[in-house]
Ligand binder design. Structure first.
Ligand code: AHR
Length: 551
């Protein structure tokens, strides 16, 4: 999407946010122009109470989902290097990228966009590569796309990763018939026209496609629609995205930007009274609605570089990251009115940091570095996701490789691959997948500073439990002070513990081919028994996990 498009839609979001009670604007562009206050020079020992015996909502593994768009070097040069590349690959798909993501147990992958999805015509990406038509990728660099990575290549990638497909359809410039045919092509077993076409292209068996997006950002790059107009289209298109054979679908309507509650309201109104009156009703014609929210610490015109920031920017960014909690609460509240039994999923299928592109790279390719600041933005999001696990059914960071807040960066010349600090947060959190969220209470000795008009607690935490084990996440947001945390562990006997910590010498440290482990997890040694449970020493600006074996 163009920046001006996004700005236009953000101003709608801003209006709704400002007119809502206790507005948390959830949008880039500062409402409070006063400079952030200084954080307290001293922070003292904190207490984190975890009720190990009170399991709450299940944290779906899909909250750790991913997103791969035809944008910059995400697909081409990131996931897909082609069969003739010297980089080891399977049918053109980079082996090291696949292996790194397998280690994260990525639960789903959204494709082909993003804004690209509403320009994409799937028939152009099937059949012999040399016969595939070209197209212009007008949103992302205005480059010519040769469609060499299409449906078969994507589903091959999904298989190699051992993940689940989230295919995003085209409402903005596509047709109902085109979308209907795509799901038939993907998932139908018999000799229907689309199944036969798939077979003629070398794939006999249907694939499983559990998630299907009904357009993207319909308020912006997906058609500049009004909420009520898109809601009507979402009903219509979803109807024709059919379940073939035993392929069960979650159809995801294109949802709001940031604090645009009216958009969510309009989509939920499609369900009328049905879901409130019948607790066992299956929502239809779509089953989930999306939400997009990016973290910026400046205006779109001057977002700053990923690696060049001050301590003040650090706190401002983390305060912005905290907004996700209020944003999820507010959209959930709107949804609760129509759907008190929480049958409709909220899908945050684009989130993450958005910085200025790295110097010398194509502005349309959205290539940015990644530091501890990005890692802590991620850990704060995950803490909020865990708190909202009852409604939030999926989340997809933007984007997996070489674009925005990536897990993996690849060097365009040498092909070298590095894992980002954000990757490591995902890795440290795999124990939260499908675990039950636990109640967590934090007691801080200091007054939290006010940053950008909001209180910023300098410690964040969340916890979850599965059979016989628990995982606790702790983020020390203070840029320069360590913090000792007493983990007050209630309701179960702790047999053993193990800590891992992610930190760095400098806030701005980033992983590069020359220094791939400048920001890498290591064992947390400052952890010892305490009469209440455990005591943990967190380094300044760090993310830590403590895993427990329970008796
Ligand atoms: O993730 C980059 C872009 O951000 C996506 O294409 C679009 O949906 C959003 O505006």
């Amino acid at each position: 999407m163009t920046r001006s498009n996004r700005r236009r839609s953000l101003s709608t979001a801003l209006v709704s946010a400002l007119t809502a009670p206790d507005a948390a604007e959830g949008t880039p562009g500062r409402l409070d122009p006063s400079a952030p206050a200084e954080p307290p020079a001293e922070i003292g020992p904190a207490r984190v109470v975890v009720d190990l015996d009170l399991p709450g909502d299940t944290i779906s593994r899909h909250l750790y989902g991913h997103f791969a768009e035809h944008l910059g070097r995400c697909i081409y040069g990131g996931f897909f290097v082609g069969e003739d590349s010297e980089i080891p690959n399977v049918r053109g798909i980079r082996t090291d990228v696949v292996e790194a993501l397998q280690a994260l147990r990525i639960p789903n992958l959204r494709w082909p966009g993003g804004c690209f999805a509403d320009d994409y015509h799937w028939r152009d990406g099937i059949g012999p590569r040399e016969d595939r038509p070209r197209m212009v990728n007008s949103h992302w660099g205005d480059i010519v796309e040769d469609n060499s990575f299409g449906t078969h290549e994507f589903m091959d990638l999904v298989d190699l990763l051992g993940t689940e497909a989230y295919v995003n359809g085209n409402v903005g410039s596509g047709t109902v018939a085109e979308m209907s045919d795509w799901i038939e092509y993907l998932t139908r077993a018999d000799d229907s026209p689309m199944a036969a076409l798939r077979r003629s292209n070398g794939r006999d068996e249907p694939w499983t496609v559990p998630y299907f997006g009904i357009g993207n950002e319909a308020w912006g790059c997906g058609g500049n629609m009004r909420a009520e107009d898109y809601a009507a289209l979402a009903r219509q298109y979803s109807t024709y995205v059919r379940e073939h054979g035993d392929n069960r679908l979650t159809r995801i309507a294109a949802g709001a930007s940031d604090g645009d509650l009216r958009w969510t309201e309009e989509l939920m109104a499609v369900f009328g009274e049905d879901l409130a009156a019948r607790p066992d009703a299956r929502p239809g014609p779509f089953q989930a609605i999306s939400l997009h929210h990016y973290t910026l610490s400046g205006p779109w015109e001057a977002k700053g570089l990923a690696t060049e920031f001050t301590e003040q920017d650090w706190y401002l960014t983390l305060s912005r990251a905290f907004e996700i909690d209020a944003l999820l609460a507010r959209h959930s509240t709107v949804m609760d009115r129509y759907d008190p039994y929480r049958a409709v999923g909220l899908v945050l299928d684009e989130w993450g940091t958005w910085w200025d592109v790295e110097p010398g790279t194509n502005p349309g390719f959205l290539y940015q570095q990644n530091t501890l600041r990005d890692a802590l933005v991620a850990s704060l999001h995950f803490d909020a996701f865990h708190r909202h696990a009852g409604r939030l059914s999926m989340a997809n960071i933007a984007q997996t490789v070489n674009v925005l807040q990536a897990m993996i960066l690849t060097d365009p010349d040498s092909g070298a691959l590095v894992l980002t600090p954000t990757y490591h947060v995902f890795a440290m959190n795999t124990g939260h997948h499908d675990a039950a969220a636990l109640p967590v209470h934090i007691s801080l000795p200091e007054q939290s500073p006010t940053v950008d008009g909001r209180e910023l607690p300098l410690l964040s935490a969340s916890a979850s439990a599965t059979e016989g084990s628990a995982l606790i996440s702790l983020s020390n947001l203070h840029a320069t002070s360590p913090r000792t945390v007493t983990l007050d562990l209630r309701g179960a006997e702790v047999r053993s513990h193990r800590g891992t910590v992610l930190g760095a010498e400098r806030l701005q440290a980033a992983n590069t081919p020359e220094q791939p482990e400048a920001v890498a997890p290591r064992e947390l040694t400052g952890i010892r028994p305490h009469p209440l449970g455990l005591e943990v020493d967190l380094p300044p600006a760090s993310y830590a996990t403590v895993s427990l074996e329970l008796g």
